[in-house]
Design a protein around this ligand. Structure first.
Ligand SMILES: [Zn+2]
Length: 497
C-alpha cells in the first residue's frame, strides 16, 4: 500500500491534484507479508517519473521480501520542477509473478507566486485516509475452555500481528485478574476454570504484550504480540460473570442489583455505580498490569442514559456502545460524536454483525468498510478474541479475510489503529467542538497549529488555491507547535509567516 498526499485513490490510478513548483512531497510504500509463507524470490521495486518536470528520488530499496508477519517500508519523494500538466509517476512492486502497479497523476504544477490560497483544512483520518478501522474484542473472565486465556490471546493477537494491525482487548478485571475472586466464583458454581493460572496470565500481559494505548498500522514492536488493553468494567454486567457476593450471586445482574466493596457510596445512582465499576477496573488493571486504560466498551450491550457521562467521569477518553442502539448498529452507522452530557468524551460506532461465522456476514462487514470510506467514518469491528477459536475456526478465518480486505483491497484508504488512537485523533483533529488543531490561511501561507498536549502525526491538510486547484500536504504538528505547510514552495523567503 502507498501512503502519501493522495486526494483520490481509484483502483489503479491515484490523483495527486495540483502542486506548487518546488514543494517536495514524501511517500511511503508499505509491503506486507501477512501469509504464513516464507518468500523465496527477491523483491523488485521501482518508482519512475514519466515526466521530466516531476522529479522522483527513491531511498535504497531492500531486495529481500518480508518474512511472514513482517513488512518493509520504502520511502520516496517527488517534487515538481517546472510548470506542466498531466505528469505521472509509476510505482511498481513485483515478487515473482505477482505485480502491484499504481500510477500517480499530478494534474498540474504551477508557480505559487502567481496564485493565492483560497482555503485549507483537515477532514480526513491519519495519513490522508478516507476512513479508519479498529478491531476490538472483549475478555470477560479468565476461562481457558472458552480461550479467554494466554493461549487464546496468543492465537488471536498472533493473527493481528501477522497483518501488523493494531487491536484492542476490552478487559473485565474482576474475574480476569483477581485470583481470589475468581477462585471463590469457581467454587460457588463448581467450575474448574484454573484460577491458579491467573498470575501467569498477568505475567503474559505484562511481559509479552505491547499494551501501548495508541497503536497505528503497521504495528512493529519488540514484544511477541501487541494489543491495547481497554476498560470493560470490574464487574461484567449482563452475563453469568456478573454473579458476585455483592448481588447475592445473581447471574446476569445489571446496574442497581447489588452493593459492592468498590462503590464510593450505597445506595448509589446508576451514574455513580457505573463510574465506580469503571474506576475499579482501571485500578485493578493498573495494579496488576501496570497500565492506564483510556478506552471503554460496555459489557453485554447494557447501557443507560448515564453510561457515557460515567465513562468520562472515570477518566476514559473513548467509548464504544455507550449510547447506540442495536438498530443503529444494524442499519444507521452513527458518526463519531460526543454523547449527550459529555464535554470531550468520544463515542465510536461498532457495527453489526459481530463475530462473523459465515461468508454473508463478512460481506456485510465489507459493505460497512466501503460505507465508512464514502462517509469518512471510523468503523469498529467486534470479534471477541476468544471466539476466534471457540466452536470452530470460522470466525478466525473470516476475521483474517476481513483484515486482508481492509489492508489490501482498500488501496491504503483505511487507517487501522487502536480504539484510543482513533478516538483521540477525532477529538483533537476532526471534532468541531474539541479539536486543538487549527489550520489557517492567507495569501500564499497555510499554517497548522496544535494548541494541545499531544504530538499530532500524519495530519492531512487539504489546500485549495484560487482557480480551483487542490492538493494535500501531510504534516506532523508537535504539541504546542505551529507548522508552515507550504514553506518550500514559496522559495527563499519561506519560513517568514
Ligand atoms: Zn464482555
Amino acid at each position: 500500500m502507498l501512503r502519501g498526499p493522495v486526494l483520490r485513490r481509484r483502483r489503479l490510478r491515484y490523483s495527486l491534484g495540483d502542486w506548487p513548483i518546488g514543494l517536495e512531497q514524501p511517500f511511503e510504500l508499505l509491503v506486507l507479508n501477512p501469509t504464513t509463507v516464507r518468500p523465496q524470490l527477491p523483491l523488485d521495486v521501482s518508482v519512475e517519473s514519466r515526466s521530466p518536470e516531476l522529479a522522483v528520488s527513491l531511498d535504497p530499496v531492500p531486495k529481500v521480501a518480508p518474512e511472514p508477519g513482517q513488512f518493509v517500508r520504502i520511502r520516496f519523494r517527488a517534487v515538481a520542477r517546472a510548470e506542466a500538466r498531466g505528469s505521472e509517476i509509476v510505482v511498481r512492486v513485483a515478487h515473482g509473478d505477482r505485480q502491484w502497479i499504481r500510477t500517480l497523476r499530478l494534474d498540474a504544477s504551477f508557480d505559487l507566486g502567481t496564485i493565492q490560497v483560497a482555503s485549507a483544512g483537515v477532514s480526513r483520518w491519519m495519513h490522508g485516509c478516507s476512513s479508519s478501522f479498529a478491531w476490538r474484542g472483549d475478555h470477560d473472565l479468565y476461562d481457558p475452555s472458552t480461550f479467554q486465556s494466554e493461549f487464546g490471546l496468543r492465537v488471536a493477537l498472533g493473527l493481528a500481528r501477522r497483518f501488523c494491525v493494531p487491536t484492542t482487548v476490552m478487559l473485565s478485571s474482576r474475574l480476569s485478574l483477581e485470583q481470589a475472586d475468581h477462585a471463590e466464583f469457581c467454587r460457588r458454581f463448581g467450575w474448574d476454570r484454573r484460577s491458579a493460572e491467573i498470575p501467569g496470565f498477568i505475567r503474559f500481559l505484562r511481559d509479552e504484550v505491547d499494551t501501548a494505548n495508541e497503536q497505528d498500522f503497521p504495528v512493529s514492536s519488540d514484544r511477541p504480540v501487541a494489543a491495547e488493553i481497554g476498560n470493560h468494567m470490574h464487574l461484567h454486567y449482563g452475563t453469568h460473570a456478573a454473579a458476585d457476593p455483592g448481588n447475592g450471586w445473581k447471574s446476569h445482574a445489571r446496574a442497581g442489583a447489588g452493593t459492592y466493596p468498590w462503590m464510593s457510596r450505597s445506595p448509589a445512582s446508576s451514574f455513580e455505580e457505573q463510574r465506580d465499576n469503571m474506576l475499579a477496573c482501571a485500578a485493578s488493571i493498573r495494579n496488576h498490569v501496570g497500565i492506564e486504560t483510556s478506552c471503554f466498551a460496555i459489557p453485554s450491550d447494557f447501557y443507560d442514559a448515564d453510561t457515557s457521562r460515567a465513562a468520562e467521569a472515570a477518566g476514559i477518553d473513548v467509548g464504544i456502545d455507550t449510547d447506540s442502539t442495536k438498530f443503529e448498529r444494524q442499519f444507521v452507522f452513527p458518526a463519531e460524536h460526543h454523547p449527550e452530557g459529555c464535554a470531550r468524551f468520544v463515542e465510536l460506532t461498532r457495527m453489526s454483525p459481530r463475530d462473523p461465522v459465515n461468508a454473508p456476514q463478512v460481506a456485510v462487514l465489507k459493505y460497512w468498510v466501503g460505507f465508512a470510506r464514502r462517509k469518512r467514518r471510523a468503523l469498529v469491528y467486534l470479534a471477541h478474541h476468544h471466539l476466534l477459536m471457540y466452536q470452530g475456526n470460522s470466525c478466525l478465518a473470516l476475521t483474517a479475510e476481513l483484515l486482508r480486505h481492509v489492508v489490501a483491497d482498500s488501496e491504503g484508504d483505511v487507517h487501522v489503529a487502536t480504539v484510543t488512537s482513533l478516538g483521540r485523533y477525532w477529538r483533537d483533529v476532526l471534532s468541531e467542538r474539541t479539536r486543538c488543531l487549527a489550520v489557517s490561511c492567507g495569501g500564499r501561507v497555510v499554517t497548522a497549529s496544535n494548541c494541545g498536549d499531544r504530538n499530532l502525526c500524519g495530519i492531512p491538510v487539504e489546500v485549495e488555491f484560487s482557480g480551483g486547484r487542490r492538493m494535500m500536504r501531510i504534516v506532523d504538528v508537535p504539541a504546542g507547535a505551529e507548522v508552515d505547510v507550504l514553506s518550500q514552495a514559496r522559495g527563499p523567503e519561506a519560513g517568514q509567516l
